[in-house]
Write a protein that binds this ligand. Structure first.
Ligand code: NAP
Length: 299
């Protein structure tokens, strides 16, 4: 049997470190007279995975010294009822950030609901205004999963400037915003952790392997279990696996971990890679939102 050579980029440990930093900043903010940062989560219906995600986010808030408020609504909730609720949360000065857990039930106009979140409370960074600010290189909030990807690279000293990054997947949540961050001169972590040359692949890309073999860094955000194998990678590539796929054996990523470990120089595991970072970056945005809304209120 071949021996794995890739360095494992431990997202769990990185997220723990980031959460400790946020907890300490939150304590200082409150001690200086700032209000307690509060995240309102809106959960519609009874999708089991969404319930677990929301519970994890609530617990993470509490562990970091923030407050969480859960608004649970039945699956028959209409778009108009959700818009009314969002109008209330938008106006409520005690709510710093609003999170609408996706997916919403089939009858709801998801885009209209997401667009109704006050951009200053849009901790997922989905609002068109926040997307525009990100593209222009002056972000209000960094989108959580792409920011998690950058943090894991930054904290393991994997620089990006001048490197070729191939992102597989062009979703509004992961692929597209990450590409927008990586091409900036500085995405918030210094010039060495931006300034990449970026290729974005998707289901219509021809010859994915040819693109991957050019990549110094691969980010997989596809939603297809173990789709990317070690044979498809350039030797020494750094692999960030965003995918979370439930299969019979448990959770696996979009990358075939065992074969990729033979070719890559470093790789994130699933679970325990990017996943924990996403929640940590949501906490970061909740604190940022509170600070933006209450500028000058703490001493
Ligand atoms: P998504 O919206 O379903 O997008 C998937 C992307 O993959 C699309 O752009 C699609 O192309 C592309 N794609 C599909 N099949 C492909 C193929 N054979 N070759 C190349 N590209 C292909 O997914 P998402 O929301 O970005 O999520 C992707 C994965 O990341 C999922 O497993 C999800 O669970 C996971 N995820 C994890 C986190 C985390 O915290 N770790 C956060 C978000 C998502 P088209 O655009 O052409 O359809």
């Amino acid at each position: 049997m071949e021996t794995a050579t890739a360095r494992i980029l431990d997202g769990k440990a990185t997220a723990k470190q980031i959460r400790a930093e946020i907890q300490s900043e939150t304590t200082d903010w409150i001690a200086a007279g700032g209000p307690v940062p509060t995240l309102a989560a809106v959960l519609v219906g009874d999708d089991p995975a969404s319930q677990v995600y929301v519970q994890n986010k609530e617990r993470a808030c509490q562990q970091t010294g923030m407050q969480s408020r859960l608004v649970r609504l039945p699956s028959e909730t209409s778009t108009d009822e959700l818009l009314d609720l969002l109008a209330e949360l938008n106006e409520d000065a005690s709510v710093s950030g609003i999170l609408v857990q996706l997916p919403l039930p089939a009858g709801v106009d998801t885009q209209q609901v997401l667009d109704a979140v006050n951009p200053e409370k849009d901790v997922d960074a989905f609002a068109p205004e926040n997307v525009g600010l990100l593209v222009q290189g002056r972000p209000r909030f960094l989108p959580c999963t792409p920011h998690g990807v950058l943090q894991i690279l930054w904290r393991h000293q994997v620089t990006l400037a001048g490197k070729h990054v191939v992102i597989v997947g062009r979703s509004e949540i992961v692929g597209k915003p990450l590409a927008n961050m990586l091409v900036q001169r500085d995405a918030g972590l210094g010039v060495d952790f931006a300034n990449a040359t970026v290729t974005v692949c998707h289901s219509r890309s021809e010859n994915l392997t040819a693109h991957l073999q050019q990549a110094d860094v691969v980010v997989a955000a596809v939603g297809q279990p173990k789709m990317i194998t070690g044979q498809m990678l350039k030797p020494g590539a750094v692999v960030i696996d965003v995918g979370i796929n439930r299969v019979e054996q448990g959770l696996v990523g979009d990358v075939d971990f065992d074969s990729a470990c033979q070719t890559a120089s470093a790789i994130t595991p699933v679970p325990g890679g990017v996943g924990p970072l996403t929640i940590a970056m949501l906490l970061r945005n909740t604190l940022t939102a509170c600070q933006l809304q209450h500028r000058g209120q703490s001493s």
